[in-house]
Design a protein around this ligand. Structure first.
Ligand code: ACO
Length: 433
């Protein structure tokens, strides 16, 4: 029998020695259990940004950043993107296995039949100013779902958890499309049960009551594929936010709403919107060297948006799939010579030859090319991160469900290194200057 692996930590100040267990996962680095570190040695551990810290055990998604591998429940992302559908991948991530034909049919039925939102919820949209950012609307409306669906907020009841998960995944396109319609002053379009998940989203966004709207199968498939790529990405900032909120026992709608807020930031899901703004700013291939110079300059806040990743130190496999898809989508809808696509390709080519990017292993990430496809599909820039949120809802709810049923789950409560003022006595205001 092999001995369990451990690591020995010696405190040089006191000579005290402790042995910490090492756990092995299916793939990826082993993990040292530091749970007793403070109790035994009296120290906290320090890891800003969680660079070396595993916050949980998870069976859902695996990333190998050095080799550019992404697996959902063990299945490589390129196989799923090519052969599966978003709804099937949602089932896979929620339940752990690919569905049987019957399970798939039932799940699709559920997704279609949970897509309507409560009629009174529609009134919420009118409360937002017409130029509100759709992400702001999404945060508010998703959070408010908990006020409507009391029958699915008992987090200790597995059936409630499942219904809440289904509701959020199914209703997200309806809420997203409604936030878009509100911003352009057009009437809301109800979901239709005869349409696919992405077909429905396109119809709710772009159809108007006054004329027929035809869903283009290439647009539908392109959106479905982008959504598959965005479903989950293990313990990223928004997912960790959902888990942390959920660890306090908050209801799932509130937790997902908190995930949306974390996703909104330009260092995370907001990057797809920021990439298009950046390409617009660069404007022309001749300006690329100037902007690369700005990206290298430590005193300049400019960063190459859509470049770099905490985990991938190799080409993001999702970026490769999206880049290939750009050709097909642009040939059908946009200008096959879309200047933004040309600019993005040249920017990537030039950046990847520069020492700065090579040394730091900075490659295009999923958001570098996704905006170009969204643009070709006529999705406005401020809706890009909303698109991301629709797909990522699957990951958030799958991770939340896993967390709730994990026997090791406790409230998430990080510690800190306090560097503020030492204890001191209050000075009466009359005695101050
Ligand atoms: N442009 C220029 N330099 C960069 C970039 C970039 N996009 N990304 C990282 N660097 C540099 C940093 O300045 C740093 O340089 P230094 O070692 O000389 O100080 C080094 O590369 C490491 O960068 P960190 O910021 O420490 O890496 P971290 O893992 O904390 O950040 C992040 C990762 C946030 C994604 C970062 O690369 C970034 O800001 N990228 C642009 C925003 C973006 O595209 N975000 C989307 C991520 S994917 C997603 O969320 C879906």
């Amino acid at each position: 029998m092999t001995q369990p692996k451990t690591v020995t930590v010696i405190d040089n100040a006191t000579g005290k020695q402790i042995e910490l267990p090492i756990y092995q996962g299916t793939h990826g680095p082993d993990v040292v259990d530091i749970g007793k570190f403070y109790k035994e040695l009296g120290y906290f551990t320090y890891d800003p940004g969680y660079v070396s810290t595993a916050s949980c055990r998870s069976n859902i998604t695996f990333i190998d950043g050095d080799n550019g591998t992404l697996l959902y429940r063990g299945y490589p992302i390129d196989q799923l993107a090519e052969k599966s559908t978003f709804v099937e991948v949602a089932y896979l991530q929620l339940y752990g296995e690919l569905p049987t034909r019957k399970q798939f049919k039932d799940f699709e039925y559920i997704m279609r039949h949970h897509s309507m939102i409560n009629e009174s919820l529609k009134g919420f949209f009118d409360g937002f100013y017409h130029d509100a950012h759709p992400m702001a609307i999404l945060v508010g409306v998703v959070g408010s779902l908990s006020a409507f669906y009391h029958d699915s907020t008992d987090i200790h009841n597995p059936e409630h958890r499942e219904i809440a998960a289904h509701r959020m995944i199914a209703k997200m396109p309806t809420i997203a499309a409604a936030s878009y319609k509100h911003s352009v002053g057009e009437p809301f379009v109800y979901p239709r049960n005869d349409l696919s998940y992405c077909g429905n989203l396109l119809n709710m966004m772009f159809s108007v009551p006054s004329e027929p709207y035809e869903i283009d199968p290439i647009a539908e498939r392109a959106l479905d594929m982008i959504f598959i790529l965005h479903v989950d990405h293990e313990q990223n900032a928004s997912t960790s936010t959902v888990r942390l909120s959920g660890s306090s026992g908050a209801n799932p709608f509130a937790c997902v709403s908190s995930g949306i807020t974390a996703l909104w930031g330009p260092a995370h899901g907001g990057a797809n919107e920021a990439v298009l703004n950046m390409l617009n700013q660069i404007g022309d291939v001749s300006n690329i060297p100037k902007y690369l110079e700005k990206a290298r300059d430590k005193n300049d806040p400019f960063r190459l948006m859509g470049f770099g990743h905490r985990v991938y130190k190799n080409y993001d496999p999702r970026a490769r799939i999206i880049r290939d898809m750009c050709h097909e989508v642009l040939a059908k809808f946009g200008d096959a010579n879309d200047p933004f696509f040309e600019l993005a390709l040249r920017l990537e080519e030039i950046a990847l030859k520069e020492d700065y990017f090579i040394e730091r292993k900075l490659y295009p990430n999923v958001d570098f090319y996704s905006g170009i496809i969204y643009r070709a599909l006529k999705i406005p820039t401020n809706m890009f991160t909303v698109m991301f949120a629709i797909a990522r809802t699957v990951g958030w709810v799958a991770q939340w469900m896993e967390m709730i049923s994990d026997p090791e789950q406790r409230i998430g409560r990080p510690r800190q290194l306090y560097t503020g003022a030492a204890q001191r006595d209050y000075v009466d205001i009359k005695k101050r200057k």
